[in-house]
Design a protein around this ligand. Structure first.
Ligand code: SF4
Length: 479
């Protein structure tokens, strides 16, 4: 349960040979809701026209039987958004639509470009206007103004110019495109259902509509699906694959498979590795739900210390429409979690969580556990200390806000009032993941940014918004 990590967006696309697809997209987006809760949208094509409906809110709040019914068409894309660039206002919600050679196309994006300003300025010098502040519109604008004869060529030309992280779905009146950046920062998978093709951020969105997982879109690959079937091209040189390791630690749903591995299983292994690296003398292991739970079970399995659900999560706190009063804000983490006093009283606890950003949430959780009668609290974290901001689509905190950037391990332990505190090492994380280290981005831990960033154009953000603080453990994924 990390309150300060916000990813940004889930994308979904489907090409059917004849079925209406809006409902499939609706269910797919529901499965991807953890990746973004600020807005949701669907665009469908009936072969002649593209219709788009989108609004601020959760998928179930935005869509109803009434507004899904007019979305008739057998090709479509969908999006659920958390904003990493651009405010949470209607016009920034996705899919966004533009014209290409007198025909509409729609685009949905998960990721964050690192050269948005540069391209935007260049476009504006050509008198091209922008309606939104999102990097997705920059991609759409490059396509719209490419001068190419075909959309396929325009998409290729656009992705040749953009840098950073992007998993895209693009809809034309008769085709569906999927594109993944050459580093593969954000996931993108291909599924199949009764001859229909599906593209989604995570496999959990395939499961919900009973689609079979086919494979991941490769970094640097463009997929084109039209009446002739699915074809693929490698459009960009892949010099360094850098899949986001935080997808595995925290963002992705535990029932998803990413990079060939089940996320629950991976988190369980992270917990086991943590128990090997940092044992503790304790009576019970508890996880901070939800993302800490599989790792806590792994820690228990390795250490032999029994696992118990010691923190109960209130699952019914939506985020978008909850505007807590100041008084409610002060209740903070209690809105989300309640300790089981009978389980905790008099016990020495190992508490497993996925990360510590600023430490505010952890401090409150730990205090709640002491208030519930815990005798000792030993915290174990399934990631290395967060030290550097993410520029590839995860809204975390500024460098100076990371607690680990200005405190030693012992200082953090004292600040959080813990009996002991340990983080998983980078090598331990790699060993738990079971993939080669050089396939992943670890920049938020080690500052080794796979795509260079100009920190001047990414000013340090003020990330002290209390509403986010209260609600953000309902995860938000990039765009
Ligand atoms: S910096 Fe961290 S959160 Fe961002 S892409 Fe890299 S690993 Fe993921």
């Amino acid at each position: 349960m990390n309150k300060c990590l916000k990813e940004a967006c889930g994308v979904f696309g489907i090409y059917s040979k004849g079925k209406n697809v809006a409902e499939f997209i609706f269910y797919g987006l529901q499965a991807l809701q953890h990746r973004g809760q600020e807005s949701a949208g669907i665009a469908v094509s009936d072969g002649d026209d593209i219709l788009v409906f989108k609004d601020l809110g959760l998928v179930s709040q935005v869509f109803s039987e009434q507004n899904l019914a007019p979305l008739q068409g057998s090709i479509g894309i969908g999006h659920t958004r958390y904003s990493t660039t651009g405010k949470n206002i209607w016009k920034n919600s996705q899919p966004i639509y533009r014209m290409f050679n007198d025909e509409v196309f729609a685009i949905a994006h998960n990721g964050n470009l690192t050269n948005t300003d540069e391209i935007r300025k260049e476009q504006m010098r050509k008198d091209i206007r922008f309606e939104t502040s999102t990097d997705t519109e920059v991609i759409a604008s490059l396509i719209e103004n490419s001068g190419c004869l075909s959309l396929e060529e325009a998409v290729k030309e656009a992705v040749d110019k953009i840098k950073g992280s992007y998993s895209l779905v693009i809809l034309s009146k008769d085709a569906l495109f999927a594109v993944r950046d050459p580093h593969g920062f954000r996931p993108l998978v291909i599924g199949e259902r009764e001859g229909d093709w599906i593209i989604a951020s995570e496999t959990c969105a395939l499961d919900i509509i009973d689609a079979d997982f086919v494979r991941e879109v490769d970094p640097g690959e463009i997929i084109i699906i039209d009446k002739d079937g699915m074809r693929s091209q490698m459009m960009l040189d892949v010099d360094r694959i850098s899949m986001c390791v935080f997808e595995l630690i925290y963002f992705a749903r535990p029932d998803s498979y990413l990079y060939g591995k089940n996320i629950f299983e991976l988190r369980h292994r992270m917990g086991r590795q943590l128990a090997i690296e940092s044992p503790a003398e304790a009576d019970i292991v508890i996880g901070v739900p939800d993302s800490g739970t599989p790792a806590a079970q792994g820690y228990s399995a390795e250490s032999g210390i029994p696992y118990i659900d010691g923190l109960i999560k209130n699952r019914y706190i939506g985020r978008t429409f909850i505007q807590p009063t100041q008084e409610i804000r002060q209740i903070g983490v209690k809105l989300k979690l309640n300790p089981l006093k009978e389980i905790i009283r008099g016990k020495r606890l190992v508490v497993v969580d996925d990360s510590i950003v600023r430490g505010n949430t952890s401090k409150k959780v730990i205090q709640m556990l002491y208030n519930a009668g815990a005798k000792e609290v030993h915290m174990r974290i399934t990631s290395p200390p967060l030290l550097f901001p993410c520029y590839y689509g995860v809204d975390m905190a500024t460098k100076k806000e990371f607690i680990a950037s200005h405190r030693t391990l012992e200082d953090i332990r004292k600040y959080l009032n813990l009996d002991s505190l340990r983080y998983l090492s980078i090598d331990g994380l790699v060993s738990a993941i079971g993939h080669s280290k050089d396939k992943f981005c670890f920049a938020c831990f080690n500052g080794d940014y796979p795509v260079p960033v100009n920190e001047d154009i990414y000013p340090e953000k003020d990330f002290t918004d209390s509403e986010d603080y209260i609600n953000s453990d309902i995860l938000k994924a990039n765009h």
